[in-house]
Design a protein around this ligand. Structure first.
Ligand SMILES: [Zn+2]
Length: 474
């Protein structure tokens, strides 16, 4: 007897297939009232400057440390986005943020407006707010920096910090955590800037979350600006016990935003970009690990709401033209990078102090280099590199001849600090080709409700469109 002709079995087959499809759709993500896929809790993690090499370095570092793979390496969906802006092959964070937030390209330096700087572009975060979802932004950079600002501000220039700060207050978003006070604002005599006004409400500076850190961190309260007096969070590797981590600020945000109408939470690892501009792989990797820890907070929320939560982790652009030597292993990379004790920025403070001191000899400086970077065995040519950089670093800044060769070697940074990190990085198999952004495509990782649409290669403007298509209608 032919099985296929048994009417009962045929019925079973016919009815099982649609049921299976519905089950798979349900398993992949929640279906909205109109039957389309949607996500009620959306996390958008933006690693500023996080290219493929940065991700790979963080993977090797974490594995080398014995902590295992980063969370994002376990995400089931992988994609890649092109990043060029409307007017340049290499984007800046304002144009990249605007593209991902609004779905439209703009010129470098422009925030939430079209290239003519006349039309405002609505961000996905504003749409989420208008639909009744709660919205939050966490960053390790400052809150009126380009990436976070692309989700709430509309300004012809990313350096209109004061006005951007005012737009932050007017955004109606529910949670802000990060740095917020800029020297530029003080320089312009605008020290009563919006963010500072918020700070007066009880923030005592950059300390651990909890009473005294946030102005009454209570659910249901509108703008909660958790700003650090320093203007940004410290590099993870320089962070002291009193400062909050990105994961703590993320966890706090989840607790405050969680509500039956859903939320949209943006978390930016902002200082990976800063570290990559400085060609400081160790500072970058520590911030990547902190960024990953923040993503784990979102993952643990997703485990409680698996069918309604979407996590997207991506970068706005790559910074530094970073590359890793072929075949480098976790066992080779980890011991070298973990020997660095402080960020290049923190070491530069020591260089400044040394320049102002009496004994400005290279022999006097060498123990400090060894101590901060663990550079115990240096070749003759490495010593020459360090000596040359040291000679430049000991000159008062205005006396340095910043010719083409100087800029190629050190960019706008402290020669000795850049040279020390570059030597250390080479020993770990990492090289840099610039002090700026590159035009490379950057990775996307997705997990949870509706995540399948983030697979493949597409443009950064598609991020806003894909998120929009999944945005939950309460
Ligand atoms: Zn940058």
């Amino acid at each position: 007897m032919q099985q296929g002709k048994d009417p009962k079995k045929r019925f079973l087959k016919i009815s099982i297939i649609p049921a299976l499809i519905i089950f798979l759709l349900l398993a992949a993500g929640a279906l909205g009232a109109d039957g389309r896929e949607s996500a009620k809790y959306i996390f958008l993690f933006i690693g500023d400057g996080m290219g493929e090499a940065q991700v790979r370095t963080a993977e090797l570092y974490r594995i080398g440390s014995g902590a295992g793979e980063p969370a994002l390496s376990t995400f089931p969906v992988r994609g890649s986005i092109s990043t060029h802006s409307a007017d340049a092959a290499v984007t800046d964070s304002a144009a990249a943020g605007t593209a991902m937030a609004s779905g439209y390209k703009t010129n470098n330096g422009v925030l939430g407006m079209d290239p003519s700087r006349t039309k405002n572009l609505t961000s996905i975060a504003e749409t989420a707010r208008d639909r009744g979802m709660k919205v939050g932004i966490v960053t390790s950079s400052f809150l009126n920096d380009a990436t976070p600002a692309a989700f709430y501000a509309h300004r012809p220039s990313r350096i209109d910090y004061y006005e951007i700060g005012e737009q932050l207050i007017d955004s109606g978003f529910d949670y802000f955590a990060g740095g917020g006070h800029l020297p530029e604002q003080r320089a312009q005599g605008k020290s009563q800037g919006s963010l500072r006004t918020r700070r007066k409400k009880g923030d005592t500076g950059c300390s651990a979350p909890g009473p005294g850190y946030l102005p009454r961190p209570a659910r249901g309260k509108k703008i909660i600006a958790a700003v650090c007096a320093r203007g940004h969070l410290p590099y993870e590797m320089d962070r002291t016990a009193g400062s909050p981590s990105l994961a703590e600020l993320t966890k706090l945000g989840i607790g405050l935003l969680d509500n039956p109408d859903g939320f949209f939470l943006i978390v930016e690892g902002g200082k990976m970009d800063w570290a990559c501009h400085l060609n400081d792989a160790a500072a970058m990797v520590h911030d990547m690990v902190a960024f990953d820890a923040a993503a784990r907070e979102a993952l643990s929320f997703a485990q409680r709401h698996p069918k309604e939560t979407l996590l997207v982790v991506l970068a706005d652009h790559e910074t530094g033209g970073m590359s890793i030597e072929e075949g480098i292993t976790a066992a080779q990379l980890f011991p070298v990078l973990s020997a660095q004790k402080e960020s290049s920025e923190s070491f530069t403070v020591k260089v400044d102090r040394f320049r102002k001191g009496q004994q400005r000899t290279f022999e006097g400086m060498l123990p400090l280099i060894t101590d901060s970077f663990g550079l115990h065995s240096l070749s003759e040519s490495e010593l020459v590199e360090l000596r040359t950089a040291f000679a430049q670093s000991m000159l008062p800044k205005e006396q340095r001849k910043r010719d083409r060769e100087y800029l190629r070697r050190y960019g706008p940074y402290e020669p000795l600090s850049v040279t020390a990190t570059r030597i250390l990085n080479r020993k770990a198999g990492i090289t840099w080709s610039s002090f700026g952004h590159s035009g490379a495509d950057v990775p996307v990782f997705a997990h949870g409700a509706g995540s399948a649409i983030f697979a493949g290669e597409y443009d950064n403007t598609d991020i806003a469109r894909k998120l929009m298509s999944l945005l939950h209608f309460p």
